[in-house]
Write a protein that binds this ligand. Sequence first.
Ligand code: PEP
Ligand code: MN
Length: 332
Amino acid sequence: MIIHLNKSIDNDKAEALGRQYEAICMHDGARYVLITSSKVKELDANLKSLTEASFISDTDIQLASRQYNPDTRTIDLGVVTLGGQTANTIVITGPCSVESEEQIEQAATLCIELGVKVLRAGAYKPRTSPYTFQGLGLDGLKLLDKMRTKHGLKIITEVRDSTHIDEVIEYADIIQIGAKAMYDQGILRKCGKANKPVLIKRGFGSTLQEFVQSAEFVLSSGNPDVMLCERGIRTFETRTRFTLDLCGVAWLREHTNLPVILDPSHAMGYAYGVSDLARACVAMGVDGLLIETHPNPKAAKSDAEQQLNFEQFRALHKSLGVVAGAVGRHIV
Ligand code: PEP
Ligand code: MN
């Protein structure tokens, strides 16, 4: 249950009530809010007298639920706003990993050429093998910072584990929590205290319920700016890298108030399918796309097979406006 305490209740009192009722206590900008397990369906008389409103939830998808807040959250990314009353579909692009200044400069230049406002690239890569390129770490973050300053781009980059979470929070404009980090509650809670938007990628073995409950860790820690990213789940199919769960996307849009971003690059795993999938995603009216691009995909140090070259991305980008227009949305 979500309980809006009376506005006159201060921090000490709210915290004490939180402990008494085994609830998370947070401030939502207007008042203190207690959140109990969704199994709680009734307020006791004492708490009722201190309460402005209360909301029953079917499951522990609570703050993210349309039952609680029917409107899609508005997320201000600085250069553009997503969700809410906007019909914006943001296109985010860049390489899988920052590899060198030359490579990330080329990626940034492509963004500027096409009016793409957010550059993606990982500096701490969550690789499947310890023997492959692990990312440039802090040096990579500094190169991304340089691109932000030089080109006025916003940066999304991922946090892999707790060892560098503060660095990523400091350098990123949008913090990406990778598919493998989705269950890391240390990362989720810390991002919940950060004053920056967070994009959570769905773990490839996670149910929709588990995925959105990860978002609940961030939201209930006080950060309202959370986006969900479907990036493919593991199924019996092995010919494609993962299976892009568009049914799941429809479910997320129906049941949650969080903007939904689609990553067809990791789902497909091969460049040849990415543009068609991206258009299909835009036709669903999603809030954004995350597409991997590389100046020379064959030479990429991670995810070489799935990155679009710049020609492929230019062609894709050009076609997206038409698809978006057909479903009443704008590419930004
Ligand atoms: C990435 O965005 O490059 C990445 C590693 O994604 P995921 O966490 O979805 O595998
Ligand atoms: Mn990648």
